[in-house]
Write a protein that binds this ligand. Structure first.
Ligand SMILES: NC(=O)c1ccc[n+]([C@@H]2O[C@H](COP(=O)([O-])OP(=O)(O)OC[C@H]3O[C@@H](n4cnc5c(N)ncnc54)[C@H](OP(=O)(O)O)[C@@H]3O)[C@@H](O)[C@H]2O)c1
Length: 287
């Protein structure tokens, strides 16, 4: 049963607040009147580097928060493959430490995981389906999930949006290619249920408001290919003469599961909502 939740009395520590999802979460949580403490490498309320997780416990003790959200990670899949220990420390070990601390202190722990843990399949993967950890990023994220902590929420998700820092991302790649007059490569054999990043942050906020614990997929109501997203994006953008080709994804050294579409009926039922489809994602990303 969902409790009557007085969110204004809760304090949240948000790790990864400067990232693509974290920045939307920061804005959304503030809009919803939560008290949010930013934790990150620079310009944060609390500066810390997860590559040195020894300092985490001292920091957490000083924070006196009710909820810890961890949206920090090394998200560059190629980098995760080339540097072995750093992603294990940042994505996994520090999450395990945060989860253990939160459990002992009676604090809720929220971990942002990924659709990349799911096995390639012809239909949607639900939370109960088996995982297939094809690369180091997926492994570090899966083993960072707080499965042993009953007072935790794990969100497996994916999202699109304009990135202001870090790696380029799919939407920036399309925008940059269009402005440079370069041909866009759109893969017809790569499928996702990625949401728009701002909506993903809104849904995570709603899950918090509903005192949700456990494992939830948070994505669109069906999967779609990157080619479908790309062509709809170009059409809605309304720019003439955009050059693109629809192709299969070429071989890459780093193995990535190609269909990681998620079944989101669990979150739909819990929040009593209908998840959006690809058209709404495109509209939202173009806003
Ligand atoms: N992007 C996607 O489509 C996608 C899909 C599925 C799941 N996810 C998951 O969603 C979460 C957010 O992803 P995102 O794409 O928003 O990430 P992002 O834009 O790459 O940002 C990563 C965040 O992690 C922080 N971070 C990285 N290394 C750190 C370290 N050593 N110490 C402290 N902070 C560190 C970054 O801080 P700095 O500003 O200091 O670099 C930044 O705030 C991640 O858990 C990711 O695995 C993302």
């Amino acid at each position: 049963m969902k409790a009557n939740f007085q969110k204004e009395i809760f304090r949240i520590a948000l790790f990864g607040w400067s990232g693509q999802l974290g920045s939307h979460l920061y804005t959304q949580l503030k809009k919803s009147n939560w008290s949010v403490i930013s934790v990150g490498r620079k310009s944060s309320c609390i500066n810390t580097d997860l590559r040195n997780p020894q300092s985490l416990l001292k920091i957490l003790k000083s924070l006196d928060v009710d909820i810890v959200i961890n949206a920090a990670a090394i998200t560059d899949i190629t980098y995760c493959e080339s540097v072995i220990s750093e992603p294990w420390i940042v994505n996994c070990l520090s999450s395990n430490m945060l989860s253990d601390y939160c459990y002992d202190a009676g604090i809720k722990y929220v971990y942002i995981s990924t659709d990349q843990v799911y096995e390639d399949r012809d239909n949607l993967s639900s939370e109960k389906d088996q995982v297939f950890l094809n690369n180091n990023y997926a492994k570090t994220k899966y083993w960072g999930e707080p499965r042993q902590n009953p007072n935790s929420l794990t969100i497996r998700t994916s999202f699109f949006g304009r990135r202001s820092t870090g790696r380029e991302g799919f939407v920036n790649y399309m925008i940059n290619s269009i402005s440079n007059g370069e041909k866009i490569k759109l893969y017809k054999d790569v499928f996702t249920s990625a949401l728009a990043d701002d909506l993903c942050a809104k849904l995570i906020t709603r899950l918090l408001e509903n005192e949700t614990v456990g494992l939830y997929n948070v994505g669109t109501n069906n999967y779609y290919s990157k080619a479908e997203f790309g062509t709809k994006f170009i059409e809605k953008l309304g720019v003439r003469g955009v050059k693109y080709e629809i192709i299969d994804k070429p071989y890459s050294e780093v193995k990535v599961n190609r269909n990681v579409g998620m079944n989101c009926s669990k979150v739909e039922k819990w929040l009593n909502i209908k998840m959006p489809g690809v058209d709404e994602v495109v509209t939202s990303v173009l806003k």
